[in-house]
Design a protein around this ligand. Sequence first.
Ligand code: F6R
Length: 604
Amino acid sequence: MCGIVGYIGQKDTKKFLIDGLKELEYRGYDSAGIALLGCDSIEVFKAVGKLVNLEDKLNNNSTLNIQNSTFSTGIGHTRWATHGKPTEINAHPHLGNYSFVVHNGIIENYKELKTSLQANGVEFLSQTDTEVIVHLFEKHFEQTNDSAQAFKNTIKELHGAYAILLITKSEQNKIFFAKSGSPMIIGKNSDEMFFASSDAPLIGYANEVIYLEDGDFGEVTQDNISFYNEKKQIWNKLQTSKQLAQKNGFRFFMEKEIYEQSDVASDCMLGRIKDNGTNFDEIENSFFDNIFDIKICACGTSYHAGMVGSYLIERLGKMRCSIEIASEFRYKEPLLLKNTLFVVISQSGETADTLEALKMAKNAGLKTLAVCNVDNSSITRLADVTLLTRAGIEKGVASTKAFSTQTLVLWMLALYIGTKNKALSDTLIQNELHTLRAIPKALKIESIMHEKCKRLSKRYLHGHGFFFIGRDVFYPLALEGALKLKEISYLHAEGYPAGEMKHGPIALADPELFTIALMPQNLLYDKIKSNVEELSARDSTICSISALPFELADDFIQINTTNHYMLEFFEMLVALQLLSQEISIRLGNDVDMPRNLAKSVTVE
Ligand code: F6R
């Protein structure tokens, strides 16, 4: 996820920007840049890769070193690529003729805006959505000769999510800002104002902060803020722990990432949900011509998301879809036929087995598509098409937000295929779109749910194992729940299709065997209910996760009543993640870095 910093005042602008960007490194990035403004001159520096590359450029610039003190205004950015590759041109700040902008988020209507600006002769340098902002601003400035009005007009035209800082030679002692959907904080000290995406860069610099809310926009000088939306200024004391600030106040990165899922789900869907179906700018119209079936290949959590995808692609896409674990696929001498689309899923884009499976498919001449979180990773460079999950960096070794965004992308893909093949009724398409739009809300965590998981966790620290059971898409969810628990608690857990229990595993049932039963109200409820009754009759301890109370359950985690099983799916996902985390904490384990595991598995 991108990071933003800004400064206006008489101290060392460059130093705050670079120090601030370093504090935001934890958000993940693949390029960085700063723009400095003062005494009629504007300077911009960008570099691909780590911040040290940007610092080298700054240190080697002799003019800058002489003039540094004259730059009283500056903006900086670390970019996590979403539109366009991680190149220097695509790095922020983006420039017009006399203005610069940095932006975090996604401008959903950038294509329409870009086309209209191009029709009026504006030339674009980058492939990003962000660049439209600076050209729009300059267009409006030329019409009004008023920077504030030009900024207001610009913001009015943007749809999507954004945190924006803009500086311009036409108004040298100001920074214009706007926030909708992406985080942004203003900090102040005497005669200095700061901006940052989170608290961490401000600690040690600012005394007080305002946490901007969606819809806030305005301008700052070094000693004043004007909100164009007439917001009341409420200043808060700034916390002092940088470590805590990087985790946004959460105890672990995993916890922060579980809580981030609602926001990243919105980012993941931005621009991809249209009135009549789903759309991916990345996929050309002819891409699915002559494709008769889909093969998905992945490892671990990504494999579980792929399993969910395979149910949805057959159900909604009306296309045959199979899934394999990449390490198995590689050595089975698989039959690869040209009419198969080969899909790989990977958070890191570097998993060795998944990458090798992709190479095999490419060598066999198959069309390939990657669902991935890291642009410019080995997998995205190799696949014909990549659908980025836009989850931002995932630091916790146990994958959480990667899974939810992968599942969302595959669901949108299933709907895309079904709509394209005219296999779905309008009513069904509208119902799916409506449900997709409701997912960010379903992923918002109610404190009562977290409290319940905390309380229950103390009852699940012993025993001889866990069965997570579910049917249909709740079966891969059960697998994912079991994987999360074993990874961070080191307790034995298995996921099972609920209907399979009586074919052997039920022999293990006794009071010391814990069953976590996923019981969706909207999908095969009666079927799963009888499977759970069978386990209860053998005295297994049952914890049901459902909207409906179940009289035979020993414990119950209640989710909200909804009318679509995928809403239940995402609510249950959060409950499973939180329960695992709370058990792990009680056992005294390192939640973010569990033993024996690595975040990126680049060996087979
Ligand atoms: C589980 C987990 C792993 C990864 C697997 C694949 O929490 O993180 O199971 O899902 O190693 O990694 P990626 O998705 O990077 O290919």
